[in-house]
Design a protein around this ligand. Structure first.
Ligand SMILES: [Mg+2]
Length: 399
């Protein structure tokens, strides 16, 4: 039999990430209920969560629940920087890191006992380092499977550490409410509760066939496996993001095509820099536009060969904007987004398209990136962007 119980997996998850960064950077916000966002809550501090404030909740509802709520505008660059610092610590801990989101990852520390100590020692050190070097609280769950490690960190939050002992997996899992199971959302949970299935142990006691009849094939099988702690998925190293994107809210002003182009140029600059920093190339450029009536369109085009050159990508984006132009009625465009997808590695052999190492554009891009890395993003800008207000950068929603 394939033995999976010897694996040691950490699920490390920063607590109330955006809100914690804000509290870290502004002492006046510490100990107070805060929400990051505006119209919609993107993240709530634990003090706000105590009042029932949750992410994705409308700002108004949040204020009703918690009249003393302090609402803070998001600073995504600060979050990206904090995330990078935390991932650097993950990568020092083990080469087997699978990032799941900006503030969460699985780390496989199997076999590191001799080098780094027990999984408990590794997790303890990781938490200390994140606290010391980044100033944030991170919760870690340790278990033989990814699923269980994630459940453990969920139970241990906030600022906690929980190790599920070998052999103790089912004892830990079965008393938990069904909602702790991955993929048990509101609908599934309601179906289960209706039938008196309240705990993970209750789910485990049901035959797979009966669970499939209750929830459908995929969901039934999935929950049956998890409730019995069958989760053989390995930690995927280098499972990297599939797209890089950025978008900008343009407000309610009437905009000319030139204005939209200006915003788009800024976005292309930004995503191309991120693409090159990640040492990746892209094949497909996606343009998204949203209009004042909330309708939206998406247009995409694939390059002849993968590229990380701002000029090639900007040309493609401009082509897409030209195609979309007839649909931009009365300048009623409220959001523009650019995503780069079909990503590959910059060092893949197909990159060697130009003989003699001649990549003049690449060298200009890299020089610009270098100046910006040293002197800040505003140090160099395109002529077209000078003195232009480019709108507020808003977070990318998953595709
Ligand atoms: Mg988190």
């Amino acid at each position: 039999m394939f033995v999976i119980s010897e694996r040691q997996i950490l699920h490390a998850d920063l607590d109330s990430f955006y809100a914690s960064v804000e509290q870290r950077d502004d002492p006046r916000l510490r100990g107070r209920p805060i929400a990051v966002g505006g119209g919609v809550v993107l993240a709530a501090s634990y003090e706000a969560k105590a009042f029932g404030v949750r992410s994705a909740m409308g700002g108004r509802e949040a204020r009703q629940l918690c009249p003393k709520l302090v609402v803070v505008r998001p600073r995504f660059e600060a979050y990206v920087e904090a995330s990078k610092a935390v991932f650097a610590i993950f990568n020092q801990t083990t080469p087997l890191v699978e990032g799941i989101s900006i503030d969460e990852a699985f780390l496989d520390v199997t076999g590191l006992h001799r080098v780094s100590g027990s999984a408990l020692e590794i997790a303890t050190k990781l938490r200390l380092e994140v606290r010391e070097h980044v100033g944030l609280a991170i919760t870690v769950g340790v278990a033989p499977t990814k699923f269980l490690a994630k459940v453990a960190s969920g139970v241990a939050k906030p600022d906690g550490l929980l190790v599920v002992a070998l052999g103790g997996e089912l004892d830990f899992l079965h008393p938990l409410p069904v909602e702790r199971l991955w993929g048990c959302g509101r609908v599934t949970s309601a179906k289960l509760r209706e039938r008196g299935v309240l705990t993970v142990g209750d789910v485990a006691a049901i035959e797979e066939r009966a669970l499939v009849a209750m929830l459908g094939r995929a969901s039934g099988r999935h929950l049956h496996a998890l409730a019995n702690n069958r989760d053989p998925r390995p930690v995927h190293v280098g499972r990297r993001r599939r797209s890089i994107g950025s978008q900008r809210a343009l407000g309610l002003r009437r905009l000319s095509l030139d204005d939209i182009d200006t915003a788009m140029v800024g976005l292309v600059d930004r995503v191309c820099r991120r693409l090159r920093n990640a040492e990746r190339v892209c094949r497909t450029v996606v343009l998204r536009l949203r209009f004042h009536d909330f309708s939206r369109i998406t247009r995409s085009h694939s390059l002849a060969r993968p590229s990380d050159a701002t000029d090639a990508i900007l040309d493609t984006a401009r082509g897409l904007l030209a195609i979309a132009a007839p649909l931009i009625h009365n300048g009623g465009c409220s959001l523009v987004g650019i995503s780069l997808t079909n990503l590959g590695n910059a060092d893949d052999p197909f990159q060697l398209e130009l003989p003699f190492g001649a990549r003049p554009l690449g060298r200009i891009d890299r020089a610009v990136d270098g100046v910006r890395a040293k002197f800040g993003t505003a140090a160099i800008t395109r002529g077209v962007l000078l003195g232009k207000e480019q709108g507020m950068t808003v977070p990318m929603l998953p595709d």
